[in-house]
Ligand binder design. Structure first.
Ligand SMILES: [Zn+2]
Length: 407
């Protein structure tokens, strides 16, 4: 059986991520990795003579998800920060493992928002490691589709040494931004937490200059934002999105909604850290002080996502796997966390699918359309009402079937 043979998924439900209602009794014909049509099972009409029929009864077709905040070269886990210093060859192997995990979890697109700098053996220059992963994955249809921010650009004294680019004033910031784009970054990632929690690392004017530079070169700018003071600078400077947005207020979110600034939520981080109180011996997670601090930040982060949602901010979402403690196959956890923050399950699924596609300016990402790529997966349960259905993956349309040796 060849992957080139047309395949019919028969009598599934379909959750397309753009509305609240589940369609039942749906058949989808796939050929050459594209969706030929989506029709009621009761009205399939003519089928290709060599069609391979998959009885999808009882399962639900879901668009391939978009992990809009990921770090494909890093493994995650409770020692996630230490792992950033591992040798580049090991991190490239980690990326391949992550590619496998993402696909099997129904994640089709990964937006990489930062990878360590490493010497590129092709020319001896130090550049973000995920750029090499992007080159590798470009030619492999089984690997996630990926967009890469290059490395983190931060103020000195904030990010662990040597992994990121440091810039302490406007000119240095602009130069760092320009170098990332020269290296081939698809977009820029600024780290808008400063060495002092109550101060932003750069002025609004400095950040605005970077936004203008990037936009002039057809690239977007996103900003890590853990605290309100940095969020304000990013929003005023016109960045395209805020990552995390753990501390937002009503002024900030209404301006984001007006400007069309995306929020990329990463709330499941706190669920992961809370789980480490049981599963690790690390003082920052186990002690009373640690658990209190985490619980407090979690509450504030949930409140911020709620504010943003009510104000009409477009919310994409991601695991922060690798740059945080989640693993590459945990996006369902984040969808659950968004539901806890007040999004309806179908809205949370939209965040993990179509909103992510909008953020990437990839109109086909996170969607199921006739003529579009067959980027969908099948789960059990209705993710439009129950986000935990996303954990119950049965099969993934863009990957070879296990055991068939198909490529
Ligand atoms: Zn991150």
């Amino acid at each position: 059986m060849s992957i080139h043979r047309p395949t019919l998924y028969r009598d599934a439900a379909l959750a397309d991520g753009v509305g609240p209602s589940l369609r039942k009794g749906v058949s989808v014909l796939v050929n050459d990795r594209r969706i030929v049509w989506v029709r009621p099972t009761s009205d399939e009409r003519d089928l290709p003579p060599d069609v391979h029929v998959i009885d999808a009864g009882g399962s639900t077709i879901v668009p391939g998800m978009v992990d809009a905040h990921s770090h494909v070269t890093l493994p995650g886990g409770s020692h996630w920060i230490d792992r950033g210093a591992d040798p580049p060859e090991e991190l490239l192997e980690v990326a391949e493992h992550n590619g496998e995990l993402l696909g099997r979890a129904g994640v089709r697109w990964a937006r990489d928002v930062g990878s360590p700098l490493a010497v590129d053996p092709r020319d001896g220059r130090r550049r973000a490691l995920a750029l090499r992963v992007r080159e590798r994955w470009k030619s492999d249809p089984n690997r996630p589709r990926i967009r890469v921010a290059g490395t983190w650009i931060g103020h000195s004294g904030v990010l662990t040494g040597g992994l990121a680019v440091e810039a302490d004033d406007g000119p240095a910031l602009l130069k760092a931004a320009s170098t990332q784009l020269d290296d081939g970054a698809d977009f820029l990632k600024l780290y808008l937490d400063g060495p002092k929690k109550e101060e932003a690392p750069w002025s609004t004017e400095d950040v605005r200059a970077v936004v203008e530079l990037a936009h002039g070169r057809g690239a977007k700018v996103t900003a890590h934002s853990g605290f309100l003071v940095g969020a304000r600078v990013g929003i005023d400077a016109g960045v395209d999105s805020l990552e995390h947005g753990f501390e937002l207020d009503s002024d900030a979110v209404s301006q984001m909604a007006r400007q069309g600034t995306f929020l990329v939520s990463t709330l499941a981080i706190f669920r992961s850290w809370a789980s480490f109180a049981q599963t690790t011996t690390l003082p920052r997670f186990v002690g009373d002080e640690g658990t209190d601090r985490i619980a407090h930040r979690r509450e504030r982060a949930i409140e911020s996502a709620q504010l943003a949602h009510r104000a009409g901010v477009r919310i994409a979402t991601g695991t922060d796997f690798g740059g945080g403690s989640l693993r590459a196959n945990h996006l369902a956890w984040e969808v659950e966390a968004l539901v806890e923050a007040g999004l309806k399950p179908w809205e949370a699924l939209a965040s993990a699918t179509v909103r992510g596609g909008e953020l990437l300016a990839e109109p086909q990402a996170g969607r199921i359309v006739e003529g579009g790529p067959a980027d969908f997966f099948l789960v059990h349960g209705d993710p439009l009402t129950d986000p935990t259905a996303l954990w119950r993956v049965w099969r993934v349309a863009w990957l070879p079937e296990a055991g068939t040796g198909q490529r």
